[in-house]
Structures are given as C-alpha cells and as structure tokens.
Design a protein around this ligand. Sequence first.
Ligand SMILES: *Cc1c(COP(=O)(O)O)cnc(C)c1O
Length: 372
Amino acid sequence: MEFSAEATLIHVGTERRVGAPVGPVLMPTSTYFSQGPQDRSLPGYGRNTNPGWEAVEEALAAIEGPGCHAVTFASGQAAAMALLLALAEGRERIVMLDDGYYKIRDLVTKLRPHGAELVTVDLLDHDAVRSALAAGPSVLWGESPTNPLLRVADLARLSALAAEAGAPFVVDNTVPTALLQKPLELGALASVYSLTKSLSGHSDVLGGAVVTRSAELAEQLRSWRGTGGAISGAFESWLVLRGLKTLPLRIARQSENALAVAEFLARHPRVTSVYYPGLSDEPLAKAQMPNGSGCLLSFELSGNVDDADAADAVVAAARLIVPSTSFGGVESTWERRSRWTSETAPDNLIRLGTGIEPAADIIADLNQALRA
Ligand SMILES: *Cc1c(COP(=O)(O)O)cnc(C)c1O
C-alpha cells in the first residue's frame, strides 16, 4: 500500500519496532566504529554520512515525487555551489534569470575565473533565452516565482528550450517548495532548495538541498559534498526534519495569509503595485502552482520610487511583523529589499513573507504600519 507524500514526510526516520524511539534520533558523532576494508554500505566518517540527514533526504525525495534522490547541504548557497560545480564542467555559460535570488548571481560571478561566465536573461523572454543558450555550451538556471518580483516563468517551456540546446535546466524551487510546484515533472533536471525558508520553517536553522531523478547527478553532488565539506550537521538536520513534518500545514496557511494580505494591499491607497502570483488570473500561474502560491509577496509604496526612507519608516512601524531578511518562518517578516547592495529591486519595494499568524492580525499590523 502506498501512502501520500505528506504522510511519508511525517513518518520518515521513525523505525516501526517495539522499543524504538518515535521522535527523530539526534546522533552527534564525527566518526563510527569501523575496521578492516572500507564498507560503503555502513557509516564510517561524519563528512560522508549522518542518519539525521538521510532522513531529511528521504523526506525531500518523497515530496518531490517517485524516483527522486535528494542530497542535503549546509545551506542553500552550498547546495547551489555543488550543483554549479557539477554542471559547469565542460560548459562555458551559466544562463540565469536577471531578477532571481541575488546571492546565486553573486556565486556564479565567482565561477568566472574557473571557466563559466554569468549571462543574465529575462526568463519570460523566450527568444532571449534561446539565443543566450545558442551562444555556447550552457547551463540554464531558473527560478519561479522570481525573488523578489514574484514573476512566473513557464518552466515546461524553458525545459523544452534547454533540451533543444542540450543544456541542463535546474530550478531554484525554494519559494513554492515541492508541495506547491514540481519542476522535475515539468522537465527540469534538478530542483534546488534553501531549506532555511519554508521547508524548515522556524527561523532557527540554515540548510540546502538538491533533488533530482538522475542517480548520476546525485552521486556527483554527494562527491562534491564529501570533498568540499559543506555538510549539514547532525543537529541542523534534526531541526530541518522536525520542521519539515509540519510543512503541509504551514505552507497552506502561509499561502492563504499571503493571498489575504495581497488582496488587502491591492486596495490600499499607499500601495501602487502588489506582486503575488495568487492575485494574477494568468492561467500559467494557476497551472504551475494549483495549490497555492506560497508565503512571499512584495509591494511598492506610492510616491517616489527612490524613497528608501518612506519604505524604511513603514517597515520600522510594524508591531507584529518582524523587520528582518529571509522568509518562510512561522512569524511574518519584511524588509525594504534594496537595502542589500547587489539587489536590483526599486527603493520603494517592501518584500513580505507571511507567517502562520491569523491573517486578521497581520492585516491589522499592516494597516497601522502604512500610516507611518
Ligand atoms: C535564501 C535563498 C537562497 C539561499 O539559501 P541559504 O540557505 O540562505 O544559503 C537561494 N535561493 C532562494 C530563492 C532563497 O530564498
């Protein structure tokens, strides 16, 4: 009998044996009792395996779909780094969206001396993507919805363009998570995640993962992890697993809250634009994320687009929403996004990640903060 991915997520790591602990085991050890010739089926050293991260990998593979392998890392950036190193070999260009998570762009610029060049494109401009891919052997890096403008890219179409060019296509799926969007089913080679956001969900741990159906890529990633050393520690994996179990509940509530907040902001006189895929009646947004659009939205304040002070004043006036970067925790958080120097967002843009508070409380706080 097959149970749902959500049920599997809750039960992974629990042994069904009399006397076995039901709570996930925390096993902080750097090395394991071993002697004689190496036996790869048994744990030997903590850089190569930990039962805690194996349970997280099983959970992540289960929610992505059948036949998947997941490889976890110390952070989303570490996962992206391993994936880029594995895929950049023999390729010249990393073709990447120009309005995606800015730190991944920063990371790719650091690959240049090692051979791969950053080429940014608008993922919604398919002719631009096609010609960028045609210019040389490439990797196509996507993200949808984009961060922080929440634009929806057509992942199936991009998969087809990448396939035509012989380029591997990978998708940063951190914002929706595999519960709301499944890039591998739309033809991507791999989904990459920051586990730091909605997946772990409690603002208490950093983590990252790559999920793929390719056993070969998974093996390359494990090799980069073991040699590069960017592993997830035993305690970090334990925290991620604990958080993951409630992901279905949290992401549903966060999505409902984000939609309610987006609708409120769209009617507010101090707000000129609201970016949230759930608000759009474009068929693509609904088809790609049929069960909700996740916690992240952004909006622009009326007045001058360069007025960073006005945006800062609104953020600082919150009494419930926490002024901070990151998103996906149980608490709502927000920030003026352009305070990060390599971010391309306008100065009047505030990015908000809804938590799981009652929507009415978040809206009441917004209502008073927008008077600042
Ligand atoms: C946060 C984030 C990352 C980076 O992950 P870390 O865990 O902070 O290293 C990558 N992509 C997206 C979309 C993110 O939001």
